[in-house]
Design a protein around this ligand. Structure first.
Ligand code: HEC
Length: 175
């Protein structure tokens, strides 16, 4: 009994000491931790603002890229139905025969029969040849025809979309 009475205060004192030490050490560490965390989160919130701006400009760049991709995609694969309208409204039919457009002009080559062969002679894909022939008719002049008859203004008077649509229409019709 006496031992227990003597021992208990020691244990209690030791415990108190441990707790005091614990509290003394833990409080500053905890406070420092909170302060650092608080600071970091403050820093983070302003950093997040910067990140938001970056994300904004990135998405703008992405939007630009998407738009550019769409434009080039449209240039590569135009709308043939729209191309028929472009063909009709630019007097192509007055010089060219082309069944899909109901055209029977004879001043220029028959776009149904001559063009694929001419593309081969020029060493170009049909679409590239047709596009070049519209934008720069003098670049390849098939035998039997003279340059300077087909207007050279389509490259500037037609929009890229109209040009792509027209190429899609001509390539589709002569296949
Ligand atoms: C005033 C007559 C004229 C008009 C209008 C005209 N072309 Fe032509 N086109 C020609 C002649 C002539 C050639 C052949 C000589 C040359 O390539 O310049 C030709 C060549 C072409 C060729 C190449 C054909 C081949 O087999 O080599 C294509 C494709 C073509 N024209 C498409 C068009 C389209 C599309 C239009 C309307 C936007 C058009 N042309 C309007 C007279 C015309």
């Amino acid at each position: 009994m006496a031992r227990k009475k003597r021992r208990n205060p020691w244990v209690a004192t030791g415990e108190v000491l441990v707790w005091v030490l614990f509290a003394t050490l833990l409080f500053p560490v905890g406070f420092a931790g909170w302060a650092v965390g608080h600071y970091t989160s403050l820093g983070k919130s302003s950093g997040t603002k910067t990140v938001t701006v970056t994300v904004g400009s990135t998405s703008t760049a992405a939007a630009t890229t998407t738009a550019a991709t769409t434009t080039s995609a449209a240039a590569a694969g135009g709308d043939a139905a729209q191309g028929k309208t472009v063909f009709a409204s630019n007097a192509c039919a007055s010089c060219h025969a082309f069944k899909a457009a109901g055209a029977s002009g004879t001043i220029g080559p028959d776009l149904d029969t001559a063009t694929a062969a001419d593309a081969q002679k020029a060493g170009m894909s049909l679409a590239a040849f047709v596009k070049q022939s519209i934008v720069d008719p003098n670049a390849y002049v098939p035998s039997g025809y003279s340059q300077g008859i087909m207007p050279t203004t389509f490259g500037s008077s037609l929009s890229n979309t109209q040009l792509a649509d027209l190429v899609a229409f001509l390539v589709g019709g002569s296949q």
